[in-house]
Design a protein around this ligand. Structure first.
Ligand SMILES: [Zn+2]
Length: 613
């Protein structure tokens, strides 16, 4: 148990909550996607996360009310981390290479030496003959060594948690799974938070960053492309991975996904160019104002870049110049990817298919929101004795103050005592009592600065305090993958009932001309406005463990949308989200003689390449 100071404020729409001004006023340690503070990233306990200051909404109550419970509910508070500092050592990454969601899936592993070392928490390392088949069992794991041979041996392993398979010392250092050589120990992690998938597993590879990168480049770029484009990609991918690692290290059991959700990865690659590019740029990362840039990139910008803060992330710390090339009408890379196969395109989808995917996406987004609500700091049935206590000062809490026994934020049964301190106006509008800015590295200048209603509220404060409250669970629910979920401001309820689209209009564009907001006119007469990139994600949506649809909308940079009978025809440009480096554009520059540094300066304006280690 620990004291947990909070500040009281009104509940705000998430769009308002997302503004930097609000976060600054709350003094929250800001982050989502990307980045933990140094103290967290380097914390050897690594499963702890500094608790944020949690805003709490207070139900209106007259001071003279009879004894009645006052329910105090805090909205879910995304904790927006700052971008990580430039690391001094090479991080070890955890890459999820498969999400197996069938009941009790079977995993077959091999190694060129014919052996793997099996181990786990409390399990003495043991050599097993390959091929080895592994599947969950009631007591832990059923392992069959020599699977498929004349003399297979079944081993029942009693182990509640993950089981690991390491390449034996002196072997080729790979574990082969699903037709791919993975360059490091392979871990099977039971997934217990998806009741609909009993026995589900995640397959996770532990690998040092520099060993991971060649397999990213081998899949992200075409073999024929120039070395300088590979080097630029290596630095961007390294920076992105460092941010993801910093963010996820204390939140979930993997840092990145091998795939579009994070970065493509083929595991071990024999291609020389990716390895050369990684070696030549070893330890180099893109930095802006002393912190690593989460280097988003995509295939083809279509000549009109997107801004990260508008389309990919709601972390105000990502609202920085290097990720906001679309904030200026004149960009240095207009038409940079004119020779890309999807620079301009036309696609047709069945209206019913699009509606069905949007419904599924919206349904899952609502469930995710409900999950967040369940993790909200909830103060239930706070008993009052008919009078309010005077407010008292409470010192801010940081992670260190919580001590080593503090539960990780993603825990489930943690119980913390909270004491709130606030000023409340006579009209029950709330005023933030004090402002504590997060440590600034200058990103605020490029983030939205409009004051929030709570931050600007005025009135005659009347001392009040909220009595001791119980915090049930975590205050932060991270997104499920590398791209942060920003769908909170979409009309999800209406979208879950979408049956037919009458028309789709572009209602807002960024300075470069790329759509940022679309309006769907549905058959029921509703006008449903959502972010353009959310629309693309919804149309391309696949649930965890499902294959991604083969017919996917290329980008949210739509030029024209026409509903024709049962079909919807899209004319657009570009492929991917359009934030940061355009891969086809990078290759075009490299082919014209530009080096990696010039490429990166073009696509991440204001950022600098530095050597981290
Ligand atoms: Zn481009």
């Amino acid at each position: 148990m620990a004291n947990f100071p909070t500040r009281i404020r009104q509940r705000l729409p998430l769009a308002d909550i997302a503004s930097a001004a609000v976060w600054a006023s709350l003094g929250a340690a800001l982050v989502i996607h990307g980045c933990a503070p140094d103290s967290v990233a380097k914390d050897p306990t690594a499963t702890r996360r500094a608790l944020p200051s949690v805003p709490v909404a207070v139900a209106p109550a007259a001071p003279a009310a009879p004894v009645a419970p006052v329910v105090v509910v805090a909205p879910v508070v995304p904790v927006f981390e700052q971008r990580p500092s430039v690391p001094s050592t090479e991080p070890d990454l955890r890459i999820r290479v498969a999400a197996l969601r069938s009941a009790s899936p079977l995993v077959r592993l091999t190694n060129p030496s014919g052996k793997l070392m099996m181990q786990g928490a409390g399990l003495a390392p043991r050599a097993v003959r390959t091929p080895v088949d592994v599947r969950p069992s009631s007591g832990g794991w059923r392992v069959v060594e020599g699977a498929g041979s004349k003399r297979p041996t079944t081993i029942e392993v009693t182990l509640a948690g993950p089981i690991e398979f390491h390449p034996p010392a002196g072997s080729h250092g790979v574990v082969a799974f699903d037709g791919t050589d993975w360059p490091g120990p392979l871990r099977l992690v039971p997934v217990t938070d998806e009741p609909s998938s009993p026995g589900a597993l995640d397959v996770v590879i532990d690998v040092p960053l520099e060993r991971y990168l060649p397999g990213v480049l081998a899949k992200e770029l075409l073999k024929s492309w120039d070395l300088e484009a590979f080097k630029a990609q290596a630095i961007a991918a390294r920076s992105f991975a460092i941010c993801e690692h910093a963010h996820w290290s204390s939140v979930r059991h993997y840092d990145l996904i091998a795939g579009e959700a994070s970065q493509a990865w083929v595991g071990v690659t024999k291609d020389a160019k990716p390895r050369e590019a990684v070696q030549a740029t070893r330890g180099m990362v893109l930095s802006f104002e002393g912190r690593v840039v989460p280097c988003y990139y995509s295939s083809t910008c279509g000549g009109t870049p997107a801004n990260a803060a508008e389309s990919l992330t709601r972390n105000p710390n990502h609202g920085i110049a290097p990720l906001a090339a679309g904030s200026t009408p004149a960009t240095a890379h207009r038409d940079c990817c004119a020779d890309a196969p999807r620079f301009r395109w036309q696609q047709s989808f069945a209206n019913a298919v699009i509606c069905e995917r949007i419904r599924r996406w919206a349904t899952d987004q609502r469930e995710a929101q409900a999950e967040r609500e369940a993790q909200v700091v909830r103060v239930a049935q706070v008993e009052r004795d008919g009078r309010m206590q005077p407010a008292r000062a409470v010192a801010p809490v940081d992670g260190a103050a919580l001590g080593k026994n503090a539960s990780p934020l993603k825990g489930t049964a943690t119980s913390i005592t909270a004491t709130a301190s606030a000023s409340v106006t006579a009209a029950n509008t709330l005023k933030v009592e004090s402002v504590t800015s997060e440590p600034s590295v200058g990103t605020r200048a490029s983030t939205p600065a409009s004051p929030s209603p709570a931050a600007s509220a005025t009135g005659v404060p009347a001392a009040v305090s909220v009595p001791v409250a119980t915090v049930r669970s975590a205050a932060q629910v991270p997104a499920r993958n590398g791209i942060v979920d920003i769908a909170d401001d979409a009309p999800l309820s209406e979208l879950t009932a979408l049956t037919a689209i009458r028309s789709i209009n572009i209602v807002a564009v960024n300075a470069a001309g790329r759509p940022t907001s679309l309006a769907i006119h549905d058959a029921a007469g509703h006008v449903l406005q959502l972010r353009a990139e959310d629309f693309r994600r919804a149309v391309n949506y696949a649930r965890e463990g499902e294959p991604t649809p083969k017919d996917r909308l290329n980008s949210s940079h739509l030029l024209q949308v026409t509903v024709k009978g049962t079909e919807i025809q899209f004319v657009g440009q570009g492929f991917g989200h359009g934030v940061g480096m355009c891969q086809y554009g990078a290759q075009s520059m490299a082919r014209s003689g530009a080096n990696a540094l010039l490429i990166l300066r073009t696509y991440y304006p204001g950022a600098a390449v530095v050597r981290a280690y």
